[in-house]
Write a protein that binds this ligand. Structure first.
Ligand SMILES: [Zn+2]
Ligand SMILES: [Zn+2]
Ligand SMILES: [Zn+2]
Length: 371
């Protein structure tokens, strides 16, 4: 492609005139973030009047919904009741922490469902509602499977995971995400930050020979990060070239004083060696950006609907299905900690890295997904 143009904002070479996709996305987001209370109320009212369009990805309803949820945390019980009345069960995030009357109607619909697809959608909606009555209902359905269960791949407890929680066989609730979210934002060179990404290490990858990287280093003692309950430093270490080709993702142990020990990893299909696709320029970009932790928390779904924002806590934007890694030491599901969009670091790189942690065993996992 002939890259004869440049993004007027960041200078990236482009094959067309105008802003690059990341600057365009950032501009659109800052417009949405500056909506007034009146504008928000107008969007909410429009969505209520046109709620059926939401399920069909119809615009502007679909875009308005995600803007209201992700950037203003402004999906009201009125919107949830309108969605319910129109039997709109997608996106399931519509029902995040919905009131009890909505929950009870969703439960009644689920218990009435004959078809596996309806049951799956309703379980996802209820997972987003997420209270104890939902847990009881999903537990009962797991213990006494209905006929539709045979046509689904996973149990109700796995559907619960899309709401950021699950339950064990005894019905005990297990939280799988954090209920605070911070974005990483562009700071100044050498600006102090308790979250650093893309630090290159001295050691080399056993598969491709490339540099290992501390892809995320986070200091849990910073006031903003106290919600993580990590009283020290968490380090996530992987080979940025190979992490997308590892069968179980990358895993490492960390110590609160900043230590990190990668655990053995296996490539897909039992391969021993991997070509290193990263150029010197890629390594330079990976380790030379200015992302710092944002000053203030943002809505929990801030990073759940865009491809250009890195976040700590809250909900991820899963490219495929949500995926909680089993801790290799204690066998429990890990907690979702952070997402890094590769393209924010290295131009033209696809996919997202999802970082999870077992705080008890001090083990971190890194999984890559892309379309
Ligand atoms: Zn740009
Ligand atoms: Zn490698
Ligand atoms: Zn563990």
């Amino acid at each position: 492609m002939d890259l004869k143009y440049h993004c007027p904002n960041c200078g990236t070479s482009l094959g067309y005139e105008g802003l690059c996709w990341k600057c365009k996305s950032e501009k659109e987001r800052s417009e949405v973030l500056s909506w007034t209370q009146e504008q928000i109320a107008e969007k909410q009212e429009y969505l209520i009047q046109n709620i059926a369009g939401l399920e069909d990805f119809h615009d502007p309803e679909f875009t308005d919904f995600w803007n209201l949820l992700s950037y203003h945390d402004a999906i009201t019980p009125q919107i949830q009741r309108a969605a319910l009345a129109a039997k709109v069960y997608y996106p399931c995030e519509t029902y995040y922490h919905a009131p009890e009357d909505v929950r009870d109607s969703l439960i009644a619909a689920l218990l009435d469902a004959n078809n596996a697809n309806d049951a799956a959608n309703l379980m996802s909606c209820l997972a987003m509602q997420g209270d104890d009555k939902v847990l009881e209902t999903l537990l009962e359905l797991e213990q006494n499977p209905r006929p539709w269960r045979k046509r689904l791949y996973v149990d109700p407890s796995v559907y619960a995971e899309c709401g950021g929680w699950t339950f064990d066989k005894a019905g005990k609730r297990i939280q799988l995400n954090y209920d605070i979210c911070y974005p990483l934002v562009k700071g100044k060179a050498n600006e102090e930050t308790p979250v650093k990404i893309g630090h290159l290490r001295e050691d080399h990858c056993p598969h491709c020979g490339g540099n290992m990287a501390d892809i995320l280093v986070l200091d849990g003692r910073d006031d903003r990060l106290k919600f993580l309950g990590i009283d020290g430093i968490l380090t996530a270490t992987c080979c940025p070239n190979c992490v997308g080709f590892l069968e179980d993702g990358a895993l490492n142990r960390f110590t609160l004083d900043g230590g990190s020990q990668p655990m053995p990893s296996k490539l897909f299909d039992g391969e021993e060696e991997m070509e290193n696709y990263m150029s010197d320029e890629d390594y330079r970009l990976l380790s030379n950006h200015h992302f710092v932790l944002g000053e203030k928390p943002v809505p929990l779904f801030y990073g759940a609907s865009c491809e250009d924002v890195n976040t700590v806590g809250g909900f991820a934007n899963w490219v495929q299905d949500w995926e909680y890694v089993t801790c290799p030491q204690c066998g429990k599901d890990m907690k979702y900690l952070a997402q890094i969009q590769w393209d924010t670091l290295m131009d033209g790189t696809e996919g997202t890295l999802y970082i999870e942690v077992c705080p008890d065993c001090k083990i971190v996992s890194m999984k890559h997904q892309q379309t």
